[in-house]
Design a protein. Structure first.
Length: 84
């Protein structure tokens, strides 16, 4: 799935992040959320989704996923690609 949905540059970035942090680079965590909510934050230039993960302890993590119009993910972070 990563090869299909993630751009080569993002795959390389995530691999380095995962090696450094010993965690999943997409979720930015070592475990799986119990709930998530996705909102459309689309921009004029690309698709953007805001994702809120809720973990078992009740904590939440908010990430922004930026995608090309053909839904290839090129950025995942706490801010959108335009604000990085």
């Amino acid at each position: 799935m990563r090869k299909f949905y993630l751009t080569p540059a993002l795959r390389k970035e995530l691999k380095a992040w995962e090696k450094k942090n010993n965690a999943d680079g997409v979720l930015r965590a070592q475990n799986t959320p119990v709930r998530w909510k996705v909102t459309d934050n689309g921009t004029a230039n690309h698709a953007e989704a805001g994702i809120t993960f809720t973990w078992g302890n009740g904590r939440t993590t908010k990430l922004v996923v930026d995608m090309t119009r053909d839904l290839r993910i090129f950025h995942i972070g706490t801010k959108g690609a335009a604000g990085s």
